[in-house]
Design a binder for this molecule. Structure first.
Ligand code: MRU
Length: 419
């Protein structure tokens, strides 16, 4: 079945803001998808940092590109450096700051360091400050193009493992939205579906932030890939029923011994897949492999706000059905937006949105003071992983270190993309 590529969403791109002509990092705001498809334009490092922390941009490979673009946008719009040396100091500080925005996905620091290194190496060639600034913008954009090429290669390598008509199960969102474009797991599914190798996708909801239910389900529906949404607790039953031929997940960090950090809930899927003898594949670029960490116990696991588990959020657009309702919302939002608090901690923000109004609501569903534990990621031991699918090929998890050391890339390097 042919995939309509034009319907696969793009998460991040570089452009200039038509309103003020300033350069900006443009992001599809993933906090409000799928019901509100806002595009954010970040013209400062702090804006991209905030977008990363709030998960407006998320997914390990997308974070790598966001980090590089954050530094480039600092250089374009905020740097006051008058010498190359000053500018490089600022680049180092920007890279350091953006690397700290989230702890688990190694791609974030990888993307920041890659751009920082490029800036230093290029500066050593004696270019002028204005040439260097233009160069790092091109480099950040080339990193986004490279990420798509990597995902297409992961897609081809992963599709080759599936039998015609395979029914796959996935967790979180490792689709196009989690990358610059196309996705890692998304890459495999889109490529395999195009080749008649995937017939159905089981989409795990992925509590607490529902990246599966909100983002993957939306991506699959947009691309026209048949899918069914399940809650995380249904996955084992679906496997037991004999309806899953392979589990495909992404990764935020893969250690030297092949242990894999990914969205919370991945470990439970791996355990169930092993029990039901279903292959469990991790789809990730080489940039997700962190050879500096010997095993998964060393991976920093992000702990997130209790509100993510204590309730649920909803975003939408308000459609006033008569003029008195419009007047009421106009009054509420005279300053642009209005925060409303309700008994029991529920809250709602109403804001003007073009000629209409949007809202972001949070509803508490738990006892107000219940103790909460909310790790965003877990670690799946290498022995539960059937294979890791990279742009370079497919390898057993225990061979991941030798694979990365042997890289003689089939993927064009950023320098070649630029040429
Ligand atoms: O917290 P998130 O939404 O950034 O978590 C994302 C995941 O865990 C993805 O599965 C992972 O980054 C792989 S993305 C190709």
């Amino acid at each position: 079945m042919a995939i309509d590529l034009s319907r696969i969403p793009k998460s991040i791109w570089w452009d200039s803001d038509p309103d003020n002509g300033l350069a900006g990092v443009f992001l599809l705001d993933q906090t409000r998808l799928p019901l509100v498809g806002d595009v954010l334009c970040c013209q400062k490092l702090e804006g991209v940092e905030m977008a990363i922390k709030t998960l407006a941009v998320r997914g390990a490979p997308a974070l790598g590109v966001a980090a590089a673009m954050a530094i480039a946008v600092w250089s374009e719009n905020e740097s006051t450096a008058t010498t190359v040396a000053e500018w490089l100091t600022g680049i180092d500080q920007a890279a350091e700051r953006i690397s700290q925005a989230r702890p688990t996905a190694v791609n974030l620091a990888w993307g920041a360091n890659r751009l920082r290194n490029y800036a230093h190496v290029t500066a050593a060639t004696g270019k002028s400050l204005s040439e260097l600034k233009a160069d790092i913008v091109s480099f950040a954009q080339a990193m986004a193009a490279e990420d798509e090429a990597v995902n297409r290669a992961i897609g081809e390598n992963g599709a080759a493992l599936l039998n015609p008509g395979a029914r796959v199960l996935t967790h979180c969102n490792a689709g196009s939205l989690a990358t610059a474009y196309f996705g890692t797991v998304g890459g495999v599914i889109y490529t395999a579906y195009d080749q008649g190798l995937v017939s159905h996708v089981w989409v795990d909801e992925t509590r607490p932030l529902n990246q599966g239910g909100r983002l993957t389900a939306w991506e699959m529906m947009a691309a026209g890939v048949p899918c069914t949404l399940i809650s995380d607790s249904m996955a084992a039953t679906v496997m037991q029923s004999g309806w899953v031929d392979a589990v495909l997940v992404g990764a935020d960090r893969i250690c030297a011994n092949g242990d894999v950090a990914n969205k919370i809930g991945t470990l439970a899927l791996a355990v169930a897949a092993r029990h039901f003898e279903i292959p469990f594949y991790v789809c990730a670029p080489l940039s997700t492999i962190d050879l500096t960490l010997a095993d998964g116990s060393l991976i920093p696991i992000e702990q997130r706000d209790r509100r993510e588990l204590a309730g649920f959020t909803a975003s939408g657009v308000i459609l006033p059905d008569d003029v008195s309702v419009t007047q009421a919302f106009d009054l509420l939002t005279t300053s642009g937006s209005r925060h409303l608090s309700f008994k029991n901690g529920h809250s709602m923000n109403i804001y003007r949105k073009g000629g209409s109004y949007g809202f972001d609501a949070w509803f508490m569903t738990t006892p107000p003071d219940v103790p909460i534990y909310n790790p965003a990621f877990d670690v799946t031991p290498a022995d539960l992983v059937t294979a890791i699918i990279t742009e370079q090929g497919v390898c057993p998890p225990e061979q991941v270190s030798s694979t990365i050391l042997q890289v003689s890339s089939v993927i064009p390097q950023v320098s070649e993309i630029e040429a």
